[in-house]
Design a protein. Structure first.
Length: 378
């Protein structure tokens, strides 16, 4: 039996309308609508066409129901700039990301969520409260993805075709999820990650709009660049070379640091405008010349290395959720393809608590003991 919701999710994942897909399948739009509304079952021949056209294995369409993630429960970065069709594509990615997380959680014990939610503090105060809770002090954050993962956030990548979707986040069954664009500079991706953390901490599901976006921006700025740290290390009226050097301390974009200095009253309006114009001329508006290395997932890296050590691989996770390995790789920062045997962690990163669940038939009966609660960055 074909599960109707899976046709819908697969179609939206490929960014097709019912009319567009029906044309490719050479069937009527009404027939396809009937398949998706459980009014009719496709023939074997039609199902094979659906599978080939959408690039999903036949087995995918006979899995369990995939309840779509409501659009109003998702916080999109720059939501107003994303066309409705693109948001639907992203929501389909989010739903498949949940399926991948579920499959991994059956094999491994991932860090539990430690994302606080606060009752209406200012974004600046909320950022300070999260830093205090996580014992981060005033130090720069070495790796945002590792930090989020260590606190139980499920962080996924967005495929290259989602260039116009910066990031989005949502809660699902009390687990926080963040999806990040992989085409932006590492510095801007870190800011997006902190921005989405701000939504998770400060905003209830469904609370979207310009005000929420501005609050999340302010939270991200304060979280990545704590006020006391900025005041201690940056001069009043900083010059261009000091901005460019200073961005490396907090691993942020030069324009983000310039904005933060202005917001803290350390740059006059004239100084701020002048610096922004000059940074734009030097290419800092469209990129980050001489920037930092891109951050990636430590959890997925550890998962795939553990699987490989037992003669398995990412294809086993892909099979669990009935996806092609190439499709899986698009959600996990390409690590399903690039993961190699061996152990290690990125310099300056926090090692998330990740243990095999011994009750699972594929689990290692004697996993290496690790602390269940991840350590805080210092």
């Amino acid at each position: 039996m074909v599960t109707p919701s899976r046709i819908t999710v697969a179609r939206k994942r490929r960014g097709m309308t019912i009319v567009e897909l029906s044309r490719k399948l050479d069937i009527s739009a009404q027939s396809l609508s009937n398949y998706e509304r459980a009014r009719q079952q496709p023939s074997d021949e039609t199902l094979q066409k659906i599978s080939q056209t959408l690039g999903f294995p036949r087995e995918f369409f006979s899995g369990g129901e995939l309840e779509e993630i409501p659009s109003d429960s998702v916080a999109f970065r720059a939501r107003s700039k994303i066309p409705a069709g693109r948001r639907e594509m992203a929501l389909a990615v989010g739903r498949l990301g949940v399926e991948i997380e579920t499959a991994i959680s059956k094999r491994f014990r991932l860090p539990e969520s430690d994302i606080p939610t606060f009752d209406k503090p200012s974004p600046e105060v909320a950022a300070e409260m999260v830093r205090a809770r996580w014992d981060l002090g005033q130090a720069s954050i070495p790796n945002m993805i590792h930090l989020l993962e260590s606190r139980g956030v499920r962080v996924f990548s967005l495929a290259p075709e989602y260039a116009d979707v910066d990031a989005f986040s949502f809660w699902h069954e009390r687990k926080p999820f963040i999806f990040l664009n992989t085409l932006k500079s590492a510095e801007r991706s870190r800011f997006d990650a902190a921005h989405e953390l701000g939504h998770l901490v400060m905003h209830s599901p469904g609370l979207n709009g310009a005000e929420a976006e501005q609050e999340a921006n302010t939270f991200a700025s304060a979280f990545l660049m704590p006020k006391r740290s900025i005041v201690a290390r940056m001069p009043q009226g900083a010059f261009m070379d000091q901005i460019i050097a200073g961005r490396k301390i907090w691993k942020v974009a030069a324009l983000a640091l310039t904005y933060r200095l202005h917001d803290l009253g350390m740059l006059s309006d004239w100084q701020y405008r002048t610096l922004c114009v000059e940074l734009s001329k030097r290419g800092y508006r469209s990129g980050e010349p001489g920037g930092i290395a891109r951050e990636t997932s430590q959890v997925f890296d550890k998962v795939f290395k553990s699987l490989r050590s037992r003669g398995k691989g990412p294809s086993d996770i892909a099979a669990d959720v009935h996806l092609n390995p190439d499709e899986l790789s698009r959600y996990v920062f390409g690590l399903a393809i690039t993961a190699q045997d061996g152990e290690g962690r990125a310099p300056g990163g926090v090692r998330p608590a990740l243990r095999l669940i011994s009750s699972h038939p594929d689990a290692d009966p004697s996993p290496r003991p690790e602390s269940r609660r991840p350590r805080a960055l210092r």
